[in-house]
Design a protein around this ligand. Sequence first.
Ligand code: NI
Length: 248
Amino acid sequence: MAGLKQRVSDLVYKVGDKVGDSFLSPPHSSFGQYVNRGPDDRRVVALTFDDGPSYGSTDRLLDALAEVDAVASFFCVGENVRANPELLRRAYDEGHLIGNHSIDHSRGAGLSLRDTQHIERGEDEIADVLGVRPTMYRPPWGWLTPWEARRLHSRGYTIVGWDVYTHDWQLPAPSTASIVDEVLEQTGPGSIICLHDAYPLKPAYEKTVTADVVRDVVPRLRDDGYEFVTVADLLGLPATRPLDDLAA
Ligand code: NI
């Protein structure tokens, strides 16, 4: 019985996963609330990294970005920000954009009809460290309901999806070359590239593959004429809001 129950619940989860990914995730759906790319008239792209900041991964990635002299955008999980404020500070001071990726990466909170805490608490963790508020939000799991979109817009957020998706989050990690191929195959002018610097609720997390991808892919795209900017610069929008700007 336990075996059957488990199989049924696995199946329900799988079906829910498929339905959510089909209807709520970028780049094809989500009722048009996502910004999945910038203007396509210039060879400019934005690298984005989700789920940090974590030691063992975000610090490696910041080193790699400094080596190739590129700026990026980090969508941070509030719990990890609280654990590693100095890592967030470093990313910001080195010119990267800091976006909100919720307080704890819960899937249910964004689906809930009422919960706004996951947005506000994630934002407050970032604001406590940086003294400014983020303007960009990426929903955890990429799942966005119309009511969550309304909550985010009323708080002044741009909801950032992607048009270039990779599997650098998978365990065991795919090869650097396969992730580089995923990026190169999908990237075009104005692309927003989705990668992962860390793991949602792990303040320390050893991960080398994404930093290796950056070292490889940035020079190659540059040779192809691409320039790297933050999501805010790609979209021509402000990167932060003042601390006392509590739109809602
Ligand atoms: Ni995430």
